[in-house]
Each structure stands twice: as C-alpha cells, then as structure tokens.
Design a binder for this molecule. Sequence first.
Ligand SMILES: [Zn+2]
Length: 136
Amino acid sequence: MTAVPPLIVTQDNEFWFAAARDGRLVIQRCSDCGTLRHPPGPACPACCSFAWDTVESTRKAVLHSWTVIHHPQDPAFEYPLAVGLVDLEEGIRIVADIAGVDHDRLEPGTELEVCFVEHAHGEVLPQLRPPTIGVE
Ligand SMILES: [Zn+2]
C-alpha cells in the first residue's frame, strides 16, 4: 500500500489540478504585472497583487537537473525513478517524474514534454516524456 499522501486541493491550486485532469498545463499569471508563478499561490511574489489569470503552457520543457531514486521504494512508482526539474518554454520551472527515457541519456538541456498521468489516489499529475509535440 502506498505511503504517498493524497493531494491537498485548496482554493489556491484547484484550477491547476482541474486543468491537469484535462491534460492542460496552465501557469498562474499576475493580472497586474504579468509575472508567471508556480506552484500556484494567492499573491504575486513580485507585486503582492491578489489578481491573477492563467496562460496555457506549450508543455515544451528542457531538463535543468534531475535525480534517480532507488530507495526507499513505494508501490505507487516504478524504480529506479527519475525525477527532473525542467525549464518550461514560458520561463518557469516545474518538477515531475521522467518516463520513457534511458536514465543514462539524460543530460542538462535534454528536451522533454509535459504529459499527464493518473497516480496512486486517482490524481492526475505531470510526467516528463520525450517530446512528441511537433513530431509527425
Ligand atoms: Zn504582480
């Protein structure tokens, strides 16, 4: 049985998880100064405004850093588990599992794409995969 805690969905992050369930990656944007932010939060870190909207990400990402986890193992994941920090095309970073890539081939600058997969408690979360966007 998984030890991963269920998501805590709040008024501040509900929009993000709703978009994820639709396979869309959205980024919170300050309505006053335009600063993008992630993870979602109630106020802009640049100007303290509470006004915000969202922009939809292209889901194109470039690997900034990563780690490969071997232990401890939880049944919710497959091991070894690569977890990456990526720069999105929009200029913010997110963290997610990496799948479908030989871990020995990961390097800074590796192009990846943000997809969404269902996890242990039925929540839909981002996962990084080799890019298919723009590939015919
Ligand atoms: Zn702002």
